[in-house]
Design a protein around this ligand. Structure first.
Ligand SMILES: Cc1cc2nc3c(=O)[nH]c(=O)nc-3n(C[C@H](O)[C@H](O)[C@H](O)COP(=O)(O)O)c2cc1C
Length: 150
C-alpha cells in the first residue's frame, strides 16, 4: 500500500513573485534529491499565501518527510488535510513536481472552479488532488513542447 498525505501551510517568506519563484526552485530541488532517495513522489502547489502538498510513498518515509517539512521556517502551521492508504501512486514520475499559480495556469484553476485565491481551510483534499493532476498534466505537455521546439 502507498501512503498518501495532503497538507497545507502558510508561506512565511516575504517578497513578490520573483522571490517566491527562487524559493520554490530551492524547495523543489532539495525535495527532488531527498524524495528520490526516500521513494517519495507528489506535487506542491503554491498560491500566494498557501502551500498545498501531496506526499506519497512508504508510510514511515512519508511521515518522516512530513515531520521534517513541518519544521521548516519557510512556512508555518502545517495542517494535515487528509491521510490515506491507496493501492497506487498518483504522481509516479514526479519526485516532487510543483507549480506556482501564474497567469499561464489560471485557466486550469478556473476549470476547477477557483476564480479567486485558494482557501485550503475550505477545500477537500480530493479537490486538491484533482487540481494537482491537471497542473501536472500541463507541465508534462509544456515540457514536451519545449523539447520539440529546441
Ligand atoms: C512547502 C515546502 C515543501 C517541502 N517539500 C519537501 C519535500 O517534498 N521533500 C523534502 O525532502 N523536503 C521538502 N522541503 C524541505 C524540507 O523542509 C527541508 O528543508 C529539507 O528536507 C532538508 O533537507 P536536508 O536535510 O537534506 O538539507 C519542503 C519545504 C517546504 C517549505
Amino acid at each position: 500500500m502507498i501512503h498518501q498525505l495532503v497538507y497545507y501551510s502558510r508561506n512565511t517568506v516575504p517578497g513578490g513573485d520573483r522571490a517566491m519563484l527562487t524559493n520554490m526552485r530551492e524547495i523543489l530541488s532539495i525535495s527532488q534529491r531527498n524524495n528520490s532517495r526516500d521513494g517519495i513522489t507528489g506535487f506542491l502547489i503554491f498560491d500566494k499565501t498557501w502551500f498545498i502538498q501531496i506526499l506519497e510513498g512508504e508510510r514511515a518515509k512519508v511521515l518522516e518527510t512530513y515531520n521534517r517539512i513541518a519544521r521548516d521556517t519557510r512556512h508555518s502551521t502545517a495542517m494535515i488535510m487528509n491521510e490515506r492508504d491507496t493501492p497506487t501512486r498518483l504522481f509516479p514520475n514526479w519526485t516532487m513536481g510543483g507549480a506556482m499559480r501564474t497567469p499561464e495556469v489560471q485557466e486550469i484553476y478556473l476549470q476547477h472552479g477557483f476564480g479567486g485565491p485558494l482557501d485550503p481551510v475550505r477545500l477537500k483534499s480530493e479537490q486538491i488532488v484533482s487540481l494537482a493532476l491537471d497542473l501536472q498534466g500541463f507541465e508534462v505537455s509544456r515540457r514536451s513542447e519545449q523539447k520539440l521546439a529546441s
